[in-house]
Write a protein that binds this ligand. Sequence first.
Ligand code: GTP
Ligand code: MN
Ligand code: MN
Length: 589
Amino acid sequence: MATPIELFIEEMQKLFQPDEVYIMDGSQEEAEKLANIAQKSKVDGKIVLEKLNEKEYPNSYYHRSNTNDVARTEHLTFVCTPSKTEAGPNNNWMDPVEAKEKMMGFFKGAMKGRTMYVIPFVMGPPKSKYAKNCIQVTDSVYVALSMRIMARVGKQAVERIGSSSDFFRGVHSIGDVNPDRRFIMHFPQENLVMSFGSGYGGNALLGKKCYSLRIGSYLGYQEGWLAEHMIIIGVEVPDGKVIYFLGAFPSACGKTNLALLEPVLKGYKVWTLGDDIAWINVGEDGRLYAINPEAGFFGVAPGTGLKTNPIMIKTLKNDKFFPTLFTNTAVDNSDNTPWWEGASDEIPSDLTNWQGQKYDKNLDKAAAHPNSRFTVSIYNCPTLSPEYNNPKGVPISGIIFGGRRKDTIPLVYEAKDWNSGVFTASIIGSETTAASSGQVGNVRRDPMAMLPFCGYNMGEYFQHWINIGKKVKKLPKIFMVNWFRKDENGKFMWPGFRDNSRIIKWMIYRIEGKTGAKESEIGLFPEENAIDLSGLDIKKETMEKLLKVDKQDWKREVAMIEEFYAKFGDKIPRDLRKHLTELKKKLGL
Ligand code: GTP
Ligand code: MN
Ligand code: MN
């Protein structure tokens, strides 16, 4: 008798009518074979992969996407629950029957003349009871290779699934890369995602945002855990102890950089466990434990350089895992290496821009697309934590939330307790970035950095956070940070990047009860000189400005929060409303 996996493949084959079906085993030989195919195939008139300089960037390939397919497309992303309320005002909603009909129309025969790649993968350490089993089909060899980097692809997934029909089904075709025929449809009740018309990471690597966050958050709500847009790091302090943190910032707001941080402070070291997604469970001892469902980094290239993120440069130049991909960066023709703004101080003289034309500094805003990305295995990372595959996960002592704000939000503050922390995270506002299509630089509410990724009603999601807190015996401390404050001249006031370790040190002192804190209207602030600024040239007035609550700014902020909360009506937990009322009172509003 056919297994549920075989039945699924058969069903997909009938639907898509591919010329060939290829089932991936996750091996290096297979990846080399696929990379060879990709170097000979064209999508949309462009060669899929081009080999880069082997000496400078081992195992690396360049991919140029269609210019209309460079970021997540939130307006084409839908959560298809039986009722609109379940999806909530935070999601686009479509009736599941209507959505499927629409997608079937696109999918029918879409792989004629193409190969259908079947990708079995596990999200999470395969020996973990928190890990989940998945199968994706795709007709894009670029997507298939990217999936090998980003997830644990191979037979172990098939073995784990066995004769069970309980696995995530991801159905993807790149179609004709036409934004008018592009949809990313989520069916949380059926553990199913259908995606058509895009090859971009967040739209097409279905294990990532679609499964690990949107479907994952829904599963977490049902099963009593959290799927979050968070990094996981262990910070080793001078006495050798390692303290684990989670960190949530909206897309393109500093997660990957913080996850691979090389601290400027002596005796401190960051161990990397994840740079984008964390699955968080309450462990047997009543503490929160986190695992990383993913196996690679899909990171923003611009801004990544030896000064800002030396560990990532080492990761990209490591030859351990095959392959590494660069998408929509520029290419330096003098030595066939990828280049992006911030890769070096000087702009190379012979560049091809991300659109494939000769770069002209008078015509082009930038040589690389602002959302150009690299896809690289976590095993290439020299700071990979030895706990990365621990089936239990790592015990969390602190949670850092943040956003990109030129004003209003101080450099750092601490929430008084869990529920205040949930409130603080629920009111995060951040300037939009190039990670999603649409205008850049508008402030929007992005609670927990999950606005585009929460697969159900966000009001209920807030309540779920409060409920999880009740189950935890030793609650982590919750912090809020903003690395992106700007002065009158539009310059960043805080040096950021490696200097962010100074703020982490303060957090550790708070967790260990080694330093006090000052009360303010919005939370607890560092005491005078409590942040280690040794060796840093920063003015006292700058630090004062960075750590100030400006009541005028906050009045505007509260208005935006109220407008956001109003969308959710009575789904906003009563306790969060109480916190908002208290905040207004403290601000004299
Ligand atoms: P996603 O992968 O889309 O979820 O984003 P991310 O949160 O991982 O963002 P990432 O770390 O890739 O950073 C995005 C941009 O912010 C890059 O251009 C970085 O150079 C910049 N950035 C990161 N950290 C800092 C910082 O501390 N200060 C400043 N000024 N910029 C930063
Ligand atoms: Mn992300
Ligand atoms: Mn990232």
